[in-house]
Structure formats: structure tokens, C-alpha cells
Design a protein around this ligand. Structure first.
Ligand SMILES: Cc1ncc(C[n+]2csc(CCOP(=O)(O)OP(=O)(O)O)c2C)c(N)n1
Ligand SMILES: [Mg+2]
Length: 112
């Protein structure tokens, strides 16, 4: 495949950084479709970035991995603090777009 780039952002760095970096990539490459895989914990830290993505008409695709918590942390220290509240992500994006954008959402359930 030509003209395809890949950046890997390690989740053990700053939580929430994935969406911010995704926004930055999309902003400087408006002719490209930027694709990101983001954990639910990371998404919740920076969800407002979706507002700018919609406002700027980005063609981004975000795969939100909703596993109910900070799963990467469980191996090193497990506890109730690794569980996070499940959001209605589709309703959230709908509220953000507020009839001024065209985000499309697809809910896929089960093990991949
Ligand atoms: C600001 C900040 N706080 C805490 C951490 C520690 N940390 C690393 S990964 C992680 C959990 C990530 O959760 P999620 O994005 O849902 O991904 P998952 O592990 O569930 O795939 C946390 C809390 C961090 N990296 N940055
Ligand atoms: Mg998670």
C-alpha cells in the first residue's frame, strides 16, 4: 500500500494523549484519513477533542476499545480503581455534534 503512514503511541505514556495526537495528525494532513485505536480510559480523558475533529470536518476513524477500565494497569496493580464508568459513547458524540456535523457511529460487540 502506498502513501500510508503509521505512528504508534504507547498507552503507558500520558493517558489521553492518543486523541490529542490523533487530532494533530488529522489537522496537518487534511487530505488523509487518520485512524486511531483508543482505549475507553484514554478516550474519557480527552473526549472533547472530538468536538474539534467534527468542527474541522476531519475524516478520522476512531476505534474505541470499550473494555470497561484501565486494563493495562491490572497486571501490575489490580483494584477497583481500574474500573471506569461505562459511557453511552454514541449519545456523547451525538451531543457534541449537535446537528452541526456528520459523525457516523458503528457499535461492534464481542471478542475480536
Ligand atoms: C495521565 C496518566 N494517568 C495514568 C496513567 C497510567 N495508565 C497507563 S495505561 C492506563 C490505562 C489505559 O486504559 P485504556 O485507555 O482504557 O486502555 P486499556 O488498558 O483498557 O486497553 C493507565 C491509567 C498514564 N499513563 N497517564
Ligand atoms: Mg480500557
Amino acid at each position: 500500500m502506498n502513501n500510508v503512514g503509521m505512528r504508534i503511541k504507547c498507552c503507558m505514556l500520558r493517558l489521553g494523549g492518543q486523541l490529542e495526537q490523533h487530532l494533530g495528525y488529522a489537522q496537518v494532513a487534511p487530505d488523509k484519513r487518520v485512524i486511531a485505536c483508543v482505549g475507553d480510559g484514554s478516550f474519557q480523558m480527552a473526549a472533547q477533542e472530538v468536538s474539534t475533529m467534527i468542527r474541522c470536518g476531519h475524516k478520522s476513524i476512531i476505534f474505541l476499545i470499550n473494555n470497561g477500565g484501565y486494563t493495562a494497569e491490572v497486571e501490575s496493580h489490580d483494584g477497583p480503581y481500574n474500573v471506569i464508568k461505562n459511557w453511552d459513547y454514541a449519545a456523547l458524540i451525538d451531543a457534541i455534534q449537535n446537528e452541526q456535523g456528520k459523525p457516523q457511529m458503528l457499535d461492534v460487540q464481542g471478542s475480536l
